[in-house]
Design a protein around this ligand. Structure first.
Ligand SMILES: [Zn+2]
Length: 373
């Protein structure tokens, strides 16, 4: 993976280049990035760059022996640690047990999420962990001589899952052998032991720039759907994982369900409305939690556009949603939109904190209907 393959994050790339140019690359770097912001791809691009035989100022060459191996995740001096599961009781899993799945999953999507990774290694609903056995493996392999690279690099993806086992790594992270670099990637820096935090230098990634996501979406989407790129980029909140989830076929459903929800909310409350709302509650409940969050975020985006429509007469929505937003903007006062935003934000908060989704959406539906009907 080259830096050019990492979507956006120009500021973070520049910071890394500055660290390298001034010889201030720490021996333990902690990349903190929310899901889909590109923490893992950036770590892999950095590892490839450091071992490239013919790098330019800005990027690895992508063609030398070292780059070719790094691109296939088979470089003998670039190691990966990621969450694993015990296949049967008594197993002492280490990351390398899953290397075939790992290479396949990353090469298929470098922006892989924790849930997607778990789904690619197990059918059961298991929690992935970085085990103490893996920590011992890390200590063992970084003490060995480099094979061929300039640097030996240990990438730890989702370092928050080290939990207290991370203590086993303290000495290695503090005083690694020469030319050894730890790159920890985390989505939840507050879950990392302070003893580890204090031994690393943090690089925090912001959401991916809007233009970069839009451009990446234009390359990703079919020709007919390219016009949606800007709207999807807005909805993604700077997360490429969210952007491609939104772009996947079934997510056009989210828009339909939301518009139906609005229709029932605006209708006079009677048996038919109540039945309609119950049906939406069921449809919402059937979505995975991540999709439920997308649904609410979509709702917030829609309402925001209704507000802009009311204020300026223009908005970013398209096709049927544009027509609906115009009608809604005409019909309601600004204060109603603010109240709807409060209801949606509360719903998002509840889902994020694992509230019962049926109760949460039902209660939000009743409040919306009181406001809008
Ligand atoms: Zn190269």
């Amino acid at each position: 993976m080259q830096f050019s393959g990492v979507i956006g994050q120009s500021l973070a790339k520049q910071k890394l280049q500055n660290m390298l140019a001034s010889g201030r690359m720490p021996h333990a770097l902690l990349i903190s990035a929310a899901e889909g912001f590109g923490g893992l791809p950036l770590a892999v691009a950095l590892a490839q760059f450091l071992n490239c035989e013919n790098p330019s100022d800005q990027d690895s060459c992508g063609q030398c022996n070292s780059c070719i191996k790094a691109q296939k995740l088979i470089h003998p001096d670039i190691f990966f640690t990621y969450p694993t599961i015990a296949k049967k009781s008594g197993d002492k899993p280490v990351s390398y047990d899953f290397i075939v799945e790992w290479r396949k999953a990353f090469l298929n999507n470098p922006y892989i999420t924790y849930n997607q990774w778990m789904e690619s290694i197990t059918d059961e609903n298991k929690q992935g962990n970085i085990t103490v056995h893996e920590c011992h493996e890390i200590i063992k392999r970084i003490s060995l001589k480099n094979y061929e690279g300039k640097y030996k690099i240990q990438i730890i993806w989702l370092a928050e899952l080290l939990r207290e086992y991370g203590n086993a790594l303290l000495k290695s992270i503090e005083e690694p052998p020469a030319n050894t670099l730890f790159i920890l990637v985390t989505e939840q820096p507050d879950q990392i032991l302070n003893t580890i935090l204090s031994r690393t230098q943090m690089l925090k990634l912001p959401p991916i720039e809007h233009n970069a996501i839009q451009q990446a979406l234009e390359n990703y989407l079919d020709f007919e759907r390219k016009n949606n790129a800007s709207q999807l980029a807005n909805l993604s909140g700077g997360s490429w994982s969210t952007a491609i989830e939104l772009a996947s076929e079934e997510d056009s459903q989210i828009e339909d369900v939301f518009l139906n929800w609005l229709r029932y909310s605006a209708a006079k409350y009677n048996t038919q409305t109540a039945t309609g709302i119950m049906q939406i509650v069921e449809e919402f409940h059937a979505l995975k939690r991540e999709k439920q969050k997308l649904f609410v975020r979509y709702g917030l985006f829609f309402i925001e556009n209704c507000l802009i429509q009311k204020a300026t007469g223009k908005n970013q929505l398209q096709h049927q949603t544009l027509e609906v937003s115009k009608k809604i903007a005409d019909r309601y006062d600004l204060s109603i939109f603010q109240s709807i935003e409060i209801i949606l934000n509360k719903l998002h908060y509840q889902i994020e904190r694992n509230a019962n989704p049926k109760i949460a959406i039902h209660s939000a539906s009743i409040k919306l209907n009181e406001l809008m009907s």
